[in-house]
Design a protein around this ligand. Structure first.
Ligand SMILES: [Zn+2]
Length: 132
């Protein structure tokens, strides 16, 4: 069903949420694939080491003991957290991960996900937290 993605429409710009973010230059419908999460596949031990020793914050959890380090990618690593996120992470047909639209997204919007770890909610600077 999903044969194409929107990677070419994903652009990196300064974000109001934090540092840089990724933005979409096309209208996307809920459920559509936006881009694949590519990177270096590492195990849990290596994930912990990189997070602690290298302060690497670009690692995505894939499944049981598999993680994807996106530090060397040019787009996906800039995706920001928003409690009112518009993207979701799901498995693709090759057991990899991809970003899909969680709801309809308009061209120009910043793409965001729920980082899903406790610390993020404590001092969250996302638009929904600041405006509430
Ligand atoms: Zn928030």
């Amino acid at each position: 069903m999903i044969n194409r993605d929107y990677e070419e429409f994903v652009i990196v710009k300064d974000s109001e949420i934090h540092g840089k973010g990724i933005f979409i230059a096309a209208d996307i419908s809920e459920g559509e694939k936006i881009l694949s999460i590519k990177g270096e596949v590492i195990d849990g031990y290596e994930c912990e080491r990189r997070e602690e020793e290298e302060q690497n914050v670009y690692i995505f959890w894939s499944d049981d003991n598999t993680y994807i380090d996106t530090a060397m990618t040019d787009k996906i690593k800039y995706i920001n957290h928003d409690c009112d996120f518009n993207c979701d992470i799901v498995e693709d047909e090759n057991n990899g991960l991809m970003i899909i639209a969680y709801r309809n997204i308009k061209a120009g919007e910043e793409l965001t996900i729920d980082y899903g770890y406790e610390e993020i909610y404590e001092e969250c600077g996302c638009n929904s937290c600041i405006n509430n």
